[in-house]
Write a protein that binds this ligand. Structure first.
Ligand code: SF4
Ligand code: F3S
Length: 136
């Protein structure tokens, strides 16, 4: 699936399909994922561009092909296109930690208390963890 990624379009010998930065789009994971981490999203991504932290996932903006398949899979609506206003912070968080955390492509059991965290506001300030998850 790697051949579908944005990064691969810049390989020597192939015409560059990279769009100017202003037109590059991606989907992002926001703070609703924190401590819910249901992982339904990773099963559907055609380019395997989810990365796992201790208590949330992020999307690698340079690998996401903007297909949108993952968005309706998240039970807590944590996945959004970065075209929605006010998501700049989340784009930065996704980009930074996707380059640090391990890749995840297979769903595991979510946290036992995931349900209790679904409607909690302000999870980033209190509960975001920079620690990596286990990946696969
Ligand atoms: Fe993967 Fe979602 Fe991006 Fe599609 S929109 S490539 S499913 S992260
Ligand atoms: Fe998080 Fe939703 Fe995926 S809770 S792990 S973005 S399915």
């Amino acid at each position: 699936m790697q051949s579908l990624s944005k990064a691969s379009s810049n390989q020597p010998g192939l015409p560059s399909l990279a769009l100017p930065e202003a037109f590059a789009m991606t989907y992002i994971v926001n703070e609703k994922c924190i401590k819910c981490k249901y992982m339904d999203c990773v099963e559907v991504c055609p380019v395997d561009c989810f990365y796992e932290g201790e208590n949330m996932l992020v999307i690698h903006p340079d690998e996401c092909i903007d297909c949108g398949v993952c968005e309706p899979e998240c039970p807590v609506d944590a996945i959004k296109p970065d075209t929605e206003p006010g998501l700049e912070t989340w784009l930065e968080v996704n980009a930074k930690f996707a380059s640090i955390w391990p890749n995840i492509t297979e769903k595991r059991d979510p946290p036992e208390d995931a349900k209790a965290w679904e409607d909690v506001d302000g999870k980033f300030a209190k509960h975001f963890s920079e620690k990596p998850g286990q990946g696969d």
